[in-house]
Design a protein around this ligand. Structure first.
Ligand SMILES: NC(=O)c1ccc[n+]([C@@H]2O[C@H](COP(=O)([O-])OP(=O)(O)OC[C@H]3O[C@@H](n4cnc5c(N)ncnc54)[C@H](OP(=O)(O)O)[C@@H]3O)[C@@H](O)[C@H]2O)c1
Length: 323
């Protein structure tokens, strides 16, 4: 099979297409024929080992993982003899946050992994997109902020993958939503359901005198000290990006009854129920994936360069040749 191999940390050119043996599922494993994977800012971070702690986790000199990629949509094409819940031909979605490996034509995973049926109304590309930003936004808004009906939430970076799903989920949870994006993306963010849009190139939401119950910095561009005065007295600031600052503020405010700062590594906090939850919302038309660009496997370097530009709108997906 074809796969994208990352044998050294570096620029997008460190990624190359290689021929690898098609994996054979173990007794309790399913093999998925990947029809679409997602290219994310986290993949770029792993590729270049930035931040440095990635080297401590995945190999000091060169990456221990051979193939990048976490999110996928595809079809089960073989199952081990102990597998009871999946059968060849099942369309599925999922994530592989511990072993990566979805930038490939096939991937084996244990039956009990984070894999669920694909929403019937979505294409494989759209369904893969759901596994990136929507899973992240769900954990932040529902589990960390415990967002309630009628609360006011501001989403910074509302046109990105996490942000675009956060807008839709926050509306589903009954919140009043303000999206922060550039003027070019204002109509897009409004179409996702935002009640108000702030153009970050003209207005600074931390200085307009408004306050919010939750500020979700989906792109990690603002800090807790900058946002603190725009939070209601028991308001919560959420950030997706693990900076030393957010870690410090999270520790300092953990027990506070006042304003709090929270970061979470959501990939490691996922449950398969979350995939089922999102599948139902997608099938009900409540959540709509946004696919910005699609690239064939062979153009992985271009895909990484585009994602790294920080300008993508929703998701970028990688599709095996011939799809
Ligand atoms: N903690 C976790 O578990 C977790 C999980 C998933 C992702 N993440 C992280 O979350 C971050 C966001 O990921 P993503 O895929 O959503 O990002 P993304 O799609 O790459 O974000 C790009 C979007 O951000 C907008 N943007 C850029 N600068 C901005 C600014 N200063 N203010 C407001 N919007 C701005 C851009 O709009 P314009 O072009 O109009 O500027 C663009 O639409 C990444 O750092 C990723 O690694 C963390």
């Amino acid at each position: 099979m074809k796969a994208i191999v990352c044998s050294r940390y570096g620029s997008p050119d460190a990624l190359r297409v290689a021929e690898m043996p098609r994996p054979i599922p173990g007794d309790n494993e399913i093999r998925i024929r990947i029809r679409a994977a997602v290219v994310t800012p986290a993949d770029c971070a792993f590729r270049k080992a930035d931040p440095f702690f990635i080297r401590l986790m995945y190999g000091l000199v060169r990456p221990r993982y051979a193939v990048l990629g976490v999110e996928f949509a595809g079809e089960v094409d073989a199952v081990g003899k102990e597998v009871a819940t999946f059968a060849p031909g099942d369309p599925v979605i999922g994530i592989s946050p511990r072993t990566f490996g979805t930038y490939a034509e096939y991937k084996c995973l244990p039956e009990e992994s984070l894999v669920a049926p694909k929403p019937g109304n979505l294409t494989f590309e759209e369904a893969a997109g759901l596994c990136d930003g929507a899973l992240t936004a769900l954990v932040f808004l529902r589990d960390k902020a415990k967002l309630q009906r009628g609360q006011h939430v501001l989403i910074n970076g509302a046109s990105g993958s996490v942000g675009a799903y956060a807008v839709q989920l926050a509306k589903h949870f009954g919140a009043e939503v303000t999206g922060v994006c550039s003027a070019a993306n204002a109509a897009f963010v409004t179409s996702l359901g935002a009640d108000r849009v702030i153009d970050y190139t003209r207005d600074d939401f931390t200085r307009n005198g408004r306050t919010y119950d939750v500020i979700f910095d989906a792109v990690g561009k603002r800090t807790f000290p900058q946002c603190k005065h725009s939070l209601a007295p028991a308001g919560i600031y959420l950030s997706t990006v693990p900076t030393p600052g957010i870690m410090l503020h999270m520790l300092r405010t953990a027990k506070s009854r006042g304003r709090r700062a929270i970061f979470a590594a959501t990939g490691l906090k996922q449950r398969v129920e979350n995939l089922h939850f999102l599948r139902k919302l997608a099938e009900a038309g409540i959540i709509k994936p946004v696919i910005d660009r699609r690239y064939p496997l062979e153009q992985i370097a271009e895909a990484h360069r585009y994602v790294e530009s920080g300008r993508k709108k929703g998701n970028v997906v990688l599709v095996p040749s011939g799809e």
